[in-house]
Structure formats: C-alpha cells, structure tokens
Ligand binder design. Sequence first.
Ligand code: AMP
Length: 195
Amino acid sequence: MKLVFLGPPGAGKGTQAAVVSKEYRIPHLSTGDMLRSEVAAGSQLGASIADDMQSGKLIADETISSVVAHRIALPDAAAGFLLDGYPRTVGQADFLESLLGSAKLDLAIELVVDPTVLIERIQRRAATALAAGGAVRADDNIESLRKRLSIYQTQTAPLTEHYQRKGLLFRLSGDAPVSDLSHEIIRRLALLRAW
Ligand code: AMP
C-alpha cells in the first residue's frame, strides 16, 4: 500500500501516520524527520538546509525529491510506504508519480484543521516538550509557524485538487479525537484492500 498524508503543520499527520504504519506494517517516512536527522548529523545536506528549515521555508524540490527517491528504493519500502510531509508542491507530486510509474499511489489522506487551532496545538507541543525537559523543534515558534502555514496555503493546498482530480483524495477533519480519526482512516483503507 502506497500512501501520502497531507495536512498543515500540527494537523496530526505524524500521529495518524504512526498508527497506519503499525497497522499495515509499512514504513512511516517523514521527510521532516529525515531532514532533521541530516541537520543533527551535521552532514553536507544538513548544513545546506538548516537555515531554511529553521525559518519555516521549504527546501528545494530537487533536493527533497532526491532524498525521497533514495529512501523509497530501500528494500523495506518495496511492499509499500507512507509518506508524511511529501509531496508538498505540485512539482513534488509530479516527481513522485514519475518515480512510481505503474506502481501507483493508493490514496492521499488529507487532514483538514482550522489555522487558529493549529497555532494553539504547535504552541502546546513546544510547551510540553520544554516541560518534559526535551528539545523544542527549531521551527516550532510563532514566526516560523506563520510562515509554514502561509507556505502550506500557497504551495501545498493545490495538492487537494491535484489528488481529487485523480480520484485519490480522502479528506477528513483533523479536529476529531485521535482514536476516532484513526478508525476512520483504517476503515477507508480496508475498502482499498477489499478491491
Ligand atoms: P515537517 O516536520 O514535515 O513539518 O517538516 C519540517 C521542515 O522540513 C519543513 O518546514 C521544511 O523546511 C522541510 N521539509 C520537510 N518536507 C519537505 C518537503 N516535502 N519539501 C520541502 N521542504 C520540506
């Protein structure tokens, strides 16, 4: 099963993706996590993207698409995968399609959440991480968040129509409790499997 998760920062993509990944035993591929590892490791790629990530900008399509192409070529993704945070532009979606060829995507799952709720959630995520003595993401501050939301609206939101036209879109409100959302997604995926 080949899936992509769409939704603005704080929509709950990571949480739902983790549930689906466990249920279907497919790797959960978060491009944000992959890039944060590069930054933490101090690799050449990490050094070149750290500033853009911190300020909430997208990194270049060619850069992220090459990271994704390498990752999904690994053996654990042969039977399927779940992409969280990719594609984020129509150019990335086109690249993914050309990469997959006949092994098409099964579904694009979009979580829709009101921007004011997102700002509250992200601030809570940062406060909880701090209280637990953990690290706060470099881009979990109000300035970067506003930038990430505005980039989402201009560059990523067009993917809703893109996947709708292809008959691949499953859109649901991300405001529901986490377990209700997981049930709804898993019920939808079971329909795919039944075909
Ligand atoms: P995330 O954890 O998905 O919110 O991603 C954190 C940051 O990583 C984003 O704000 C971007 O700077 C970068 N990033 C992650 N995925 C992509 C992508 N598909 N295209 C461009 N930049 C990305």
